[in-house]
Design a protein around this ligand. Sequence first.
Ligand code: TRP
Length: 332
Amino acid sequence: MGEIVLSGIRATGKLHLGNFLGAVQNFVRFQNSGEHRCFYFVADQHTLTEPYDPEDLRQYLLEMVKDYLALGLDPERSTLYVQSSVPEITELTLYLGMLQPVGELLNIPTYKELVRKHPDNVNHGLLTYPVLMAADILGPKATLVPVGSDQVPNVELARDLAKRFNNRFGHTFVVPEMMRQMVKVPGLDGGKMGKSDADNAIEIKMPIPEIRQRYRTKGITDKERTTMDKPGDPYNRCMSVYPVHELVTPGETDTREIAKACMAAEIGCVACKERLVDSLAAMLEPFQARRVELAGKDDYVREVLHEGGKAARVIIAETVAEVRDKMGIVLY
Ligand code: TRP
C-alpha cells in the first residue's frame, strides 16, 4: 500500500544544493512514484519562532514555492500548501498540547540550541515548536515523514503524541514512520552547507559562472596535495569537491573515474573543480530555465497555494473533527 508522505519546509532563506540533494529530490521521487499521497507545505508559522521580518517572510515564501515548483514538485500530483492556510492545524496544536509534558519540550536539542542562540527571545512558540510540528504531521495522518537528522527528536515527539492520544482516547492516529534523509552535502568550506554564518552555500539559482567562480576560489580540496604531480586522497582529505562529485557526477560512484585519476595524480584540483561545475551545470540548467519562467508568475503561485490549502484543509479538518469529538469538545 502507498504511504501518506508529508514534509514541511521553513520559509527562510534561499534554497541551496544541500536542500535540493538532501530533501527536495526525495520529495520529487515520492511524488513521481505514483504510489503515494504526498503533502508538502511551507511551515510559515514555525518561521515566526525566531526573529524575522514580516515583509521578508511574505516575499521569501512565494520565491521558495517557485523554487520547489521548478525543481519538480507538481500541484497535480502533490498537495502543496502553506501551514497557516489550514487554521485547523493550529487548533490541533492546542489539543495535542494538553497531552504534552513541558519537561520533555525543555529537553529537545533544537530548543536548547535556540535558547543558547537567542537567550533574550525564548518565546512560548519556540517551546511548543515540536507540538505544532506534531499537528502538521498528524493532521493529514501521515505515515511517512522524510526529514533531516536535526529534526529526528521532533518527529519522535510526534510519534509519542500519536501513541499517547490513541491510548487515552482510542485509536485515531497511525504512528508515523520517519525517513532520515542521509545525504550530506558539504558546503564550500567542507562544513554542512547552509549553516547560517558560513558563506559556504551554492544556491540553486546562482548563475553557473558564479558557481564556477565560487568553487575556484573557495572550494577546498586535499590540502596535503601541494603540487599536481602528488597523488591526492579524494575519499578522506578532499573537503568540498570530491564528495559533491559523488552526488552529482553521473556514473562516478560506479566507475570511480575521477577518484582514480586523483589518486594517480592524473587530474589536478583545478580540472577536478571544473568538471564538478560542468556536472552541476547539467543538473541545474533545466531547473534554472523553469525558474526563470516562473519568476513573474506570482498569481499562478498564489493560485497553486490556494487550491492546495483548500484540499489539505478538507482532510485535516476531518481529523480535527474526530479529535474534538473524542476529547469531548462540541462546536455549538
Ligand atoms: N521543523 C522542520 C525544519 O526546520 C520543518 C517542519 C515543520 C516539518 N513541520 C514539519 C518537517 C512537519 C516535517 C514534518 O526543517
